[in-house]
Design a protein around this ligand. Structure first.
Ligand code: AMP
Length: 477
C-alpha cells in the first residue's frame, strides 16, 4: 500500500515522501481512507505508531481539496487597517477549521511541527500551538493570524475561549490525541466544555492507548457512528524492545547498577525515569559529576529550558535524560537506545509510554526497570496490563543480596512471594548475564500464595489527579 493509493492529495503525497515516509503505517492505512470519507474515528494505537499523520493527513486532504477561501484580510490585517483609519482596534476571534487537543505541551509542539512538514507543498495552511507556559501576548499574535489549525492543551485553550479570542463556529474537525492521558490528568471537564463549544456537524477523531472504561464512554458520547480501529502492531506490543527487571537491595545498589548500565557500550542515549522532579535534578547532577552528559527534564523547568534540553538530546550533546513521566511524554528522539526506570511508574499505562521512548522509527531498544524487592507487586501489575512477562536479569558483580521473587505466568499469577532462590543471582553462576551482556532469564508472572489477588485498577490510586500533583500544573496553563 502506498500513500497515493490512500487517495491523498498530490501535495501531501510529496510532503510525506520528502519526510522520508515510504509507506503508510498500519494505523495510517486504516485511518486515512476513513478520515477522508468523513467518518468519525475511535482509534486505539500508541505513540510511535504514526498516529499524528493518521489524523492530520486526511484533515489536510480535506483542506487541500476545498476551494481556496476568497482572499480576505486576516484579523491582524483588519486590525492594522482599522488602526490606520484611526478607529479603535477590536480583536476579532480566530475561527479555526481544525482543533487538536493534546495532554502535554511537548506533544502539541510535535504535532504542530509534523503538520508544518505535511503542509510544505500546500497553499498556506497555518498550524499554531496554544500552550500553557507560553506568554499570552505571543499567543494573541498567533491567534490574530487566524490559523486554520490549532493544536492546544485544554486549560490554556479554555482561557482563550472564555476571553473571546477563539470562536469554534467554523470548526470542521476535532481531534483528541492521547485522550486516555488527558482524562488521567483530570481534563475531563475542560474537554466537555471545549466539545460543547464546537458545532455538531464536526468530524471527530479520538486516539487513545485504550478505548475501555471512562475514555470509551466519553469517546462514544462525542462521536457519531464512529469507525473503530484497533491497532496491535509489533510496535504496540513493543516486540522491538528488550525489557528486563533488575532487582536491587537499596539505593546505593540501585545507583551503582545505574552507573554500570549507562556505561554499556550498546547504549547510545538513555532516558532515566524518576518518580519526582527533585530526584530527576539530583540524579542528573550526580551523573554529571560521574562524567555522564546528563540533563534533567521536568515540569518545574521553563518551556525554553525544556526545549533546549530536548534539542541537546536530538543533537547528541545530552546522552542521559533524567525525566519525570509527564515531561517525557511525546519525546520523539529515534537515537534513544535505552530507557531505565529508576523508579517504577505510578500507573501501568505510564510504563508503556516510558518504554515507547526507545525503539522508535523501526529501531530496537532496551528498557530496564530497577526494582526494589518490595515493588514486586507493581511489576506484576505492569505485566498484567501489557500482557507480557518482563524477564528478571542479573548482572554479575551487581547481584542482589536477596533472592528475586518466584514467578508464574503473567496472565494467571496474582501476586508474588519472596523468592525461593530459584531466580536469584549468585556470583559466577553461568546462566546470568555477564556485565554489559543483554541476555536475560525468562520468568513467569509473580506467584501469590495466601495473598489477595491484585485488584484490577487498584494501582491507579483513588484520585488520579492528585496522585501526581505535577501533572495538571505541568501539562497546561
Ligand atoms: P507518531 O506516532 O505520530 O508520534 O509518529 C512516530 C514517528 O514515526 C515520528 O517520528 C514520525 O515522523 C514517524 N512516522 C510517521 N509515519 C511514518 C511512516 N509512514 N513512515 C515512516 N515514519 C513515520
Amino acid at each position: 500500500m502506498s500513500f497515493e493509493a490512500l487517495g491523498l492529495h498530490t501535495s501531501i503525497v510529496k510532503a510525506v515522501s520528502v519526510a522520508g515516509y515510504e509507506k503508510p503505517t498500519p494505523v495510517q492505512e486504516q485511518a486515512v481512507p476513513a478520515g477522508i470519507a468523513g467518518r468519525d474515528l475511535l482509534v486505539s494505537s500508541q505513540t510511535g505508531s504514526g498516529k499524528t499523520a493518521a489524523f492530520m493527513l486526511p484533515a489536510l486532504h480535506k483542506f487541500a481539496s476545498e476551494e481556496p477561501a476568497p482572499a480576505g484580510r486576516t484579523p491582524a490585517q483588519e486590525a492594522q487597517a482599522a488602526k490606520a483609519r484611526g478607529e479603535r482596534v477590536r480583536f476579532k476571534a480566530a475561527q479555526p477549521k481544525m482543533l487538536v487537543l493534546t495532554p502535554t505541551r511537548e506533544l502539541a509542539l510535535q504535532v504542530t511541527q509534523a503538520t508544518e512538514q505535511y503542509t510544505a507543498f500546500m497553499r498556506r495552511i497555518r498550524a499554531v500551538s496554544i500552550l500553557g507556559g507560553m506568554p499570552y501576548p505571543k499567543q494573541m499574535q498567533l491567534l490574530a493570524k487566524n490559523p486554520e489549525i490549532l493544536v492546544a492543551t485544554p486549560g490554556r485553550l479554555i482561557d482563550h475561549m472564555e476571553s473571546g479570542k477563539i470562536d469554534f463556529s467554523q470548526l470542521e474537525i476535532l481531534v483528541l490525541d492521547e485522550a486516555d492521558r488527558m482524562l488521567d490528568m483530570g481534563f475531563i471537564d475542560d474537554i466537555e466544555k471545549i466539545v460543547a463549544a464546537t458545532p455538531d456537524t464536526r468530524q471527530t477523531m479520538l486516539f487513545s492507548a485504550t478505548l475501555d472504561g471512562v475514555v470509551g464512554n466519553m469517546a462514544r458520547r462525542i462521536t457519531k457512528d464512529p469507525q473503530v480501529i484497533q491497532i496491535m502492531s509489533a510496535t504496540n506490543r513493543h516486540e522491538n524492545i528488550t525489557q528486563k527487571v533488575h532487582f536491587v537491595d537499596d539505593l546505593s545498589h540501585k545507583n551503582r547498577l545505574l552507573d554500570h548500565l549507562l556505561r554499556d557500550e550498546t547504549m547510545d542515549q538513555a532516558v532515566v525515569f524518576t518518580a519526582t522532579k527533585r530526584d530527576a535534578d539530583m540524579i542528573a547532577d550526580r551523573l554529571n559529576i560521574a562524567g555522564f552528559a546528563a540533563a534533567a527534564l521536568h515540569g518545574d523547568m521553563h518551556q525554553g529550558a525544556r526545549n533546549r534540553t530536548l534539542d541537546g538530546m536530538r543533537r547528541g550533546q545530552v546522552r542521559v535524560l533524567v525525566a519525570t513521566d509527564v515531561a517525557a511524554r511525546g519525546i520523539d528522539v529515534p537515537t534513544i537506545t535505552h530507557v531505565v526506570n529508576y523508579d517504577l511508574p505510578k500507573f501501568p499505562e505510564d510504563y508503556v509510554h516510558r518504554i515507547g521512548r526507545t525503539g522508535r522509527a523501526g529501531r530496537n531498544g532496551t528498557a530496564v526497570s530497577l526494582v526494589n524487592h518490595a515493588e514486586g507487586m507493581n511489576v506484576k501489575r505492569i505485566e498484567r496490563f501489557t500482557k507480557q512477562t518482563i524477564p528478571v536479569d542479573v548482572v554479575i558483580g551487581f547481584e542482589p543480596k536477596r533472592s528475586a521473587p518466584a514467578r508464574t505466568s503473567a496472565r494467571t499469577g496474582a501476586g508474588w512471594k519472596p523468592g525461593d532462590g530459584r531466580n536469584a543471582g549468585k556470583p559466577g553462576q553461568r546462566s546470568f548475564s555477564k556485565p554489559n551482556a543483554t541476555g536475560s532469564r525468562e520468568g513467569g508472572g509473580f506467584r501469590s500464595e495466601g495473598q489477595r489477588p491484585a485488584r484490577e485498577g487498584g494501582y491507579r490510586g483513588s484520585n488520579p489527579r492528585s496522585a501526581d500533583g505535577a501533572r495538571r500544573a505541568f501539562g497546561d496553563r
